[in-house]
Ligand binder design. Structure first.
Ligand SMILES: [Zn+2]
Length: 56
């Protein structure tokens, strides 16, 4: 499974809801997905091929 498809199957570790795209923070250099209840945020940097995970 690629990093890209993993990103789109990710769920919040607290409430298990599917993460949604944060269009306010989205840019050409990164993709931001957040829990609908704002517990958790995941940032993907395609240029670095890496994730940053933020638990709130
Ligand atoms: Zn959550």
């Amino acid at each position: 499974m690629s990093l890209f498809s993993r990103l789109f199957t990710e769920k919040c570790p607290k409430c298990q809801q599917k993460l949604v795209l944060d269009t306010n923070k989205q840019s050409y250099s990164m993709v931001v997905k957040v829990c609908p209840e704002n517990h958790y945020e995941k940032v993907y940097h395609p240029a670095l091929e890496s994730f940053i995970e933020i638990e709130k």
